[in-house]
Design a protein around this ligand. Structure first.
Ligand SMILES: Nc1ncnc2c1ncn2[C@@H]1O[C@H](COP(=O)(O)OP(=O)(O)OP(=O)(O)O)[C@@H](O)[C@H]1O
Length: 232
């Protein structure tokens, strides 16, 4: 279980999140939806240790890990796939996978990545920067696969991609969830996120305004009010 307990966090003395609590139970998919600037990315940064909260606690399997460094949380199974992909454009696809595998078995990591996204197998020696946007996102998502993390934090992985690519990415996320990973998903494609989610949180101006199961949402009006984004 990953838990944020009454978190206040922000930048340079300005609070972006105020008294935010969120639970991501084992083997669940949690969707976090909200308007631009609501604090979704900030919440993921707190959950992966990139941003220390000024108030509140981050708990992992019941243990208080507030203030732990991102690499320490990564070792404990927290994998953050940031907005903007976080790959190394000048390294080859293969080397990007090896960096993601971080000391694990190299051949096995490449094999796993290629089994998830076969197209990457044809591009292993190319620089990551020469891939299409969708392929770069696939490469970024390999991190959530090759290291077998317990918790995967996903920040708008479908941003700017063609619907057919988004389908493929969501299929991958479904498989990841089926294998037992817990997903915390920030996503602009509301209905796709809700299809996958066990729980949904709506965040508005740094406050959680709804937490529950997707079926409890009065979807269209509520989503339009809080998200106002594409509902594909
Ligand atoms: N590094 C930073 N320094 C200062 N302010 C920041 C920083 N990052 C984000 N903010 C501010 O914090 C607020 C919340 O931003 P955040 O990126 O968490 O929102 P979001 O819900 O992810 O929005 P978006 O959908 O636009 O990515 C915004 O007002 C933003 O301007």
């Amino acid at each position: 279980m990953l838990e944020l307990r009454q978190i206040t966090a922000g930048y340079g003395g300005t609070a972006v999140l105020r008294d935010v609590s969120l639970w991501a139970p084992p083997n669940s998919v949690v969707a976090l939806l909200g308007t631009n600037g609501a604090g979704k990315t900030t919440l993921l940064r707190v959950a992966s240790g990139l941003l220390e909260p000024t108030v509140g606690q981050l708990l992992l399997d019941g243990e208080d890990v507030t203030g732990s460094q991102p690499h320490a949380l990564a070792r404990r199974g927290v994998c953050h796939v940031p907005e903007g992909r976080g790959i190394f454009p000048n390294l080859s696809v293969r080397d990007n996978i090896l960096v993601q595998a971080a000391g694990g078995n190299a051949d096995e990591a490449v094999e796993k990545a290629v089994s998830a996204f076969p197209i990457l197998g044809k591009k292993l020696t190319q620089s990551a920067g020469s891939l299409s946007g969708g392929q770069q996102q696939m490469l970024a998502l390999c991190r959530a696969y090759v290291t077998d993390p317990a918790y995967v934090l996903l920040d708008e992985v479908s941003m700017g991609l063609a619907p057919v690519v988004v389908d493929e990415l969501f299929e991958f996320l479904g498989k990841l969830a089926a294998q037992g990973a817990t997903l915390l998903l920030v996503e602009q494609y509301v209905s796709r996120a809700l299809d996958l989610a066990d729980y949904v949180y709506l965040i508005n101006r740094g406050h959680i305004e709804f937490a529950g199961e997707p079926t409890e949402l009065d979807s269209d009006s509520l989503i339009a009010q809080y998200v106002g984004a594409s509902s594909d």
